[in-house]
Write a protein that binds this ligand. Structure first.
Ligand SMILES: [Zn+2]
Length: 143
């Protein structure tokens, strides 16, 4: 578990952050939705013809605080975006190979850098993108 306020790695069961003192009681991280790895592509820009994509190997997890993409090989995070760090977001269709994909594109701040990630789903998995967009919308009132 990570402190939602300062990001410090906290022990499971801690009641407050040992670094910044934030109480965890009122801010428990709750998983709201997850999908993948099958039917999910990710890339670190907007999707495009020459953009290299991770295909069918990212598991996406949405909580009430952030969206994460974990490698399906070793569970290491490919991206981790706190909703409070999102600068811009879009939900759009993209035509690639077999047909239309639904894309969730995020631009966000991470350690003073501006980063991007696109999460794409095809066919029946597309509804995950709509759901993910709504969760982010509902949990980040500033954007
Ligand atoms: Zn903290």
């Amino acid at each position: 578990m990570f402190c939602p306020s300062c990001g410090t790695n906290a022990k499971e069961g801690d009641l407050f952050c040992t670094s910044c003192g934030k109480s965890f009681a009122a801010s428990q991280e709750i998983e709201l939705h997850s999908f993948g790895p099958w039917g999910v592509n990710t890339c670190f820009s907007r999707p495009g013809t020459f953009v290299w994509m991770q295909k069918n190997n990212t598991k996406v997890i949405l909580t009430n605080q952030r969206i994460s993409g974990l490698s399906s090989f070793n569970n290491s995070p490919r991206f981790q975006v706190n909703y409070s760090d999102i600068i811009a977001k879009e939900n759009f269709d993209y035509r690639l190979n077999l047909g239309p994909w639904k894309v969730l594109w995020l631009k966000y701040r991470e350690a003073e850098k501006i980063k991007e990630v696109s999460i794409m789903c095809f066919g029946p998995a597309s509804s995950n993108i709509t759901t993910a967009f709504e969760i982010i919308q509902n949990n980040s009132p500033r954007i």
